[in-house]
Design a protein around this ligand. Sequence first.
Ligand SMILES: [Zn+2]
Ligand SMILES: [Zn+2]
Length: 260
Amino acid sequence: MNNQLTILGSGSAMPTFQNSPSGQVVELCDKSFLVDCGEGVQITMRQLGIKTARLYTIFISHLHGDHCFGLIGLISTLGMMNRTQPLHIYAHPDLEKLLRPMLDYHCQDLPYELLFHPINPRKREVIWEDRTVTVESIPLKHKVPTCGFLFIEKHRGQEPRKRYAYCSDTVYREQIVEQIHGVDVLYHEATYTERDLDKCKKHTHSTAKQAANIARLAQAGKLVIGHFSTREDDHNIFLDEAQQVFPNTVLAIERTTIDL
Ligand SMILES: [Zn+2]
Ligand SMILES: [Zn+2]
């Protein structure tokens, strides 16, 4: 299996024909991780032939609906597929409180074990680790407690270790640069462009230019931008703005993969 990122959704809060809300699959060292689970994630995974049987771990950045509304459907479907392996969800502790009544109502007889692991989004710490991969939380700043995730390959012989950082949703936050410095690939939200800077500040998001600035300061290998506002139909506006600051920027295009 390749080390790669598959974009399931790169829209913002409002689902549209063009974009689904946030979700991506990170494949690193023969492991698959689902990062955020907006509405529709399970359908896109199925369309792409992504095997949910190999999915053991889900990381949720924060509890806005566009990052977690897909969970209850996915959990239920995995039950119908007679899954037996446990599923681990790492998220703010409120997630379990929010989902519990729905699980009790809709998913009483899940054939597999569902385990919630509370994380503190304000703290930078190792939240997951095995023999080959470490995952750290990246404290972000948004309307509600939010963290990104830094995936780090542990060993790689003589070659440099792969590192991938996921940062959504957040205001421009230079404090993260030190932690993500030198990552191979950085995903950073770019909800707005500079012409909507006022809205961007109000809704605690970043512009494409700001995302590019973080990538430049962090000396990332590549920047992937996403979480696009519906205010712009043409995503090349985001791309142009970011590339003026950080040329090696690509759009997070749904149903495509990016090598890590
Ligand atoms: Zn969002
Ligand atoms: Zn949000």
